[in-house]
Ligand binder design. Structure first.
Ligand code: PLP
Length: 387
């Protein structure tokens, strides 16, 4: 049922207050193709829609508790798909993963203390540190000649020496599509362990893994000093339902996190988010398997089309996520010019510097869309760059 044809059909989203399509059209015109924010142009699993409609049919939506079935569904899904076992009681409900990043910062560090990130990385990592008045420490990832990125553990160690009190990891990594291996994660945790620095790992993209690589959660490697953030929002395209989770095995860390969350006023979930998450985690596997097969094809299409259209571009190998990191520096344009050219050619990507200053000359492309849009976006990118 969730065949290539199903995903090829896509979804017309204009006029649904959709950030990806409607904001793009308002800013750049009706013909612009949006390839930016991490949101897919596919219908979510039918079981999710059925669950929402079922609950909507009962005409009152008062204060609602989190029934045991939801955390059980989350942990069963992670055991099934990732071999990571955690108890349902380790879960804390969140409105979204970025709330989890900020809550971890407030729970485990004080104003002015250092929080370590690895740029280039999803912009709200940096913004969360700045917004909470902590000191931003960076151990930039290092690209090799193929554009594959690696951790710099000496820089991580130097940041620990400089006073880092918390590290935030993006795993799998947005925007550089890395699926960190067990060995890499173990080596990172070894350095952090020596300095007593806890790790918060944003694993929102965990389900987007492409063989031969496979996802390893830090929860399975160092449960006593990690916070894992997960959500159904990327996997099943439910970001508007604002439902995510933190997995924290250590009781003291979990209590600190819960206090920080409550002090920010977050006290309950959203009925439709809870219903949707449970349906997705319990019944979404077949849809997800179909999606992953389709995205593998999209990944190949992007690599092929980009190599043909812009041979000097370097596409970071995509081991994970539906986000491609394109290095266009060989064409000599700084960001402002690159974006203006894309705007005139009718295509919108996420600008590279959203992820850090070294992203100047890079664009991130979202391939969570019908395949034909990828070919069209690359054709427009070519027009933007070489005319
Ligand atoms: C790595 C990463 N973390 C968090 C988010 C945002 O998640 P949420 O909407 O749950 O805050 C995104 C969205 O693109 C993301 O890519």
């Amino acid at each position: 049922m969730f065949s290539s044809e199903y995903f090829d059909t896509g979804l017309y989203r204009v006029g649904t207050a959709c950030e990806k399509w409607d904001v793009c059209r308002a800013e750049h015109g009706a013909e612009t193709l949006p390839m930016w924010v991490a949101d897919m142009d596919f219908p979510s699993p039918p079981a999710v829609q059925e669950a929402i409609l079922r609950r909507a049919a009962h005409p009152t939506w008062g204060y609602t508790e989190v029934e045991a079935a939801l955390p059980e569904a989350v942990s069963a899904f992670w055991a099934r798909r990732h071999g990571t076992d955690f108890a349902a009681g380790e879960l804390t409900l969140l409105p979204c993963v970025v709330t989890g990043l900020k809550t971890a910062i407030r729970a485990y560090t004080r104003p002015g203390e250092g929080v370590l990130i690895q740029s280039p990385v999803y912009g709200p990592f940096r913004m969360a540190v700045e917004a909470t008045g902590r000191k931003l420490l960076d151990a930039p990832l290092v690209p090799d000649a193929r554009g594959r990125y690696h951790m710099d553990l000496q820089a991580v160690e130097a940041a620990c020496r400089a006073g880092a009190k918390l590290m935030m990891l993006c795993s799998p990594h947005n925007p550089v599509s890395r699926l960190w291996s067990r060995e890499e994660l173990t080596a990172l945790l070894e350095v952090l362990g020596r300095w007593g620095v806890p790790l918060v790992s944003d694993e929102i993209h965990a389900d987007f893994e492409y063989e031969p690589h496979s996802f390893v959660s830090v929860r399975s490697l160092a449960p006593e000093r990690t916070v894992t953030l997960l959500a159904p929002s990327k996997t099943f395209n439910l970001a508007g339902l604002q439902t995510a989770f933190a997995v924290i095995a250590d009781e003291w860390m979990r209590a600190r996190f819960a206090d920080a969350l409550a002090s920010g006023g977050v006290v309950s979930g959203n009925i439709f988010g809870l219903e949707a998450a449970r349906a997705a985690f319990e019944q979404g596997d077949a849809w997800l398997d179909g999606l992953l097969a389709y995205l593998r094809g999209n990944r190949e299409t992007l690599a092929r089309e980009l190599a043909a259209a812009l041979p000097e571009a370097v596409l970071t190998p995509m081991e994970a996520t539906y986000l491609g990191w394109m290095d266009l520096r060989a064409y000599g344009f700084h960001e402002e010019e690159l974006l203006a050219r894309c705007g005139r050619a009718g295509v919108m990507f996420t600008e590279g510097t959203f992820f850090g200053a070294q992203g100047d000359g890079f664009l991130r492309i979202n391939i969570g869309c019908p395949r034909r849009n990828i070919a069209e976006a690359v054709a427009r990118l070519r027009r933007a760059i070489v005319g």
